[in-house]
Design a protein around this ligand. Structure first.
Ligand code: UFG
Length: 330
């Protein structure tokens, strides 16, 4: 690539891992992040860093100054239940801010755009595994805010010399196996993060949200994907966008198998040799029972071989990072 990759939200959880994957693959990177939920220390020192919001008109200057030739857009709000109680935050941070970012990209002639989309765009699926063409009927504002951005990108790529790839993530978890980054989010709500916090004594128990879903043990089933595999998928998707300028893609990113909440907690117990206390509770608003990816499209479209499809390995990496964080925070 004849220029840099701009990573928005590069100081956040998934973005910081994408930065590592890009740098490891030899790309030059500039990170933009407003540091509302991210941390500047999470940005690898080999990347340039600009503290700015994606919707700031100054992003155009960053694009020009750093000769940005591709954007990977991770910045956004990600908590499903919060999106139910504060929908306008999601339409602002995920939809409206992204519209402005895309406008900056088009104005500066950035040719490639990769977008963090989500399995939440499907809502409650009619069947699992879910494939890309299945109905998109989000059941929470988070999923809708991301789906609206997918539509914007589709229309913009048809009208302007830009191609894009929307990666619909399933449940991202784990941490860089080399210990360079991990999930540092304050007040995290994600199951594996919560579970490793419990395992390191940061909380006393883990709530199990819903025991009456139509799943094998009644608890929610998700397709947990290692963050470093996901990061590598972004690098592979970028390569495809560069090689095939006229083509855009929407791809599920998961392993194609699911684990229930109780199975995840059992895995954490096996890794730590301890027993986390489970508190059985009612369902969380906006939660579907089962989300598992049909990943056949991504496997045949981009040059990506997942290497870390192992629940205990994901938990182990998350736990190693959690212990490091605990030391850092004293
Ligand atoms: N859960 C618990 N207890 C907790 C946290 C979660 O039982 O303390 C359950 C949830 O009810 C759900 C499962 O664990 O069944 C996973 O929940 P997460 O909060 O970890 O993740 P979500 O599935 O709600 O959402 C995540 C991302 C979204 C993404 C989605 C796609 O936050 O961005 O995965 O599958 F869209």
């Amino acid at each position: 690539l004849n220029g840099k990759v701009m990573v928005t939200g590069g100081a956040g959880y998934i973005g910081s891992h994408a930065v590592l994957a890009l740098l490891d693959a030899g790309y030059q990177v500039v990170v933009i992040d407003n540091l509302v939920t991210g941390f500047d220390w999470a940005v690898d020192g080999r990347a340039a860093f600009v503290r700015i919001a994606v919707e700031d008109p100054g992003v155009r200057d960053v694009i020009r100054q750093h000769d940005v030739k591709a954007i990977m857009h991770f910045a956004g709000s990600v908590v499903v239940p919060e999106s139910v109680s504060d929908p306008l935050k999601y339409y602002r941070n995920n939809t409206a801010a992204t519209r402005t970012l895309i406008e900056s990209a088009v104005a500066e002639g950035v040719p490639h755009f990769i977008f963090s989309s989500t399995a939440a765009t499907y809502g409650t699926p009619e069947r699992v595994p879910i494939s890309e063409n299945d109905p998109k009927v989000p059941i929470n504002p988070y999923g809708m805010s991301k789906l609206m951005t997918e539509f914007m990108l589709r229309d913009v790529s048809a009208a302007h010399p830009m191609n894009h790839c929307c990666l619909r993530y399933f449940n991202v978890a784990g941490a860089d196996p080399e210990g360079r980054s991990g999930q540092s989010t304050i007040g995290a709500t994600h199951l594996i993060k919560i579970a490793v916090e419990a395992a390191t004594g940061k909380r006393d128990s883990v709530g199990v949200f819903g025991t009456d879903f139509e799943t094998r043990d009644g608890t929610g089933v998700r397709d947990y994907v290692h963050v470093s595999d996901l990061a590598e998928a972004h690098v592979a998707a970028l390569k495809l966008l560069i090689d095939q300028p006229g083509e855009s893609h929407v791809l599920n990113c998961g392993y194609g198998r699911g684990f229930s909440v109780l199975e995840v907690l059992d895995a954490v117990d096996r890794v730590t040799n301890r027993t986390i206390e489970r508190k059985l509770q009612g369902r969380r608003p906006g939660d579907p029972g089962e989300l598992v990816a049909d990943n056949s499209a991504i496997l045949k479209t981009i040059d990506w071989t997942p290497k870390r499809d192992d629940l205990e390995g994901i938990v182990r990496d998350a736990l190693t990072w959690e212990r490091k964080l605990a030391e850092r925070q004293g």
